[in-house]
Design a protein around this ligand. Structure first.
Ligand SMILES: [Zn+2]
Length: 87
C-alpha cells in the first residue's frame, strides 16, 4: 500500500548571469521544460579556499552567460600574457 502526500517542491525557474543579469538558459530550452533543476549546460566558477590560505573558509560561486564567459576567459588570457611577458 502506498501512502501518498502532496508536498511543495522547490524548482529552479531561471539562472541569471552574475555579471550582466541575463538568463544563462537558451529561450528554446526554457519553452520545452517544466523546470531547470537539472540544467547544467552553462559556465560556472567555483572557488573554495582552505586552511593556510589568506581566504581560509571563503567560498565563491558565480554563474555566467556565454557572452560574459567569453569576456572572463578573454581577461584570463590577457592576464596570462601579462605574466608571461614578465618572465
Ligand atoms: Zn552575462
Amino acid at each position: 500500500m502506498k501512502i501518498e502526500a502532496i508536498q511543495p517542491m522547490t524548482v529552479v525557474e531561471d539562472i541569471l548571469c552574475d555579471i550582466c543579469g541575463s538568463s544563462v538558459v537558451p529561450r528554446d530550452y526554457k519553452e520545452h521544460i517544466d523546470n531547470l533543476n537539472g540544467f547544467r549546460a552553462y559556465a560556472k566558477l567555483h572557488a573554495s579556499f582552505g586552511y593556510g590560505s589568506t581566504r581560509d573558509g571563503e567560498e565563491f560561486n558565480f554563474d555566467f552567460c556565454e557572452d560574459c564567459f567569453d569576456a572572463v576567459t578573454a581577461r584570463i588570457e590577457e592576464l596570462k600574457s601579462i605574466h608571461a611577458s614578465k618572465r
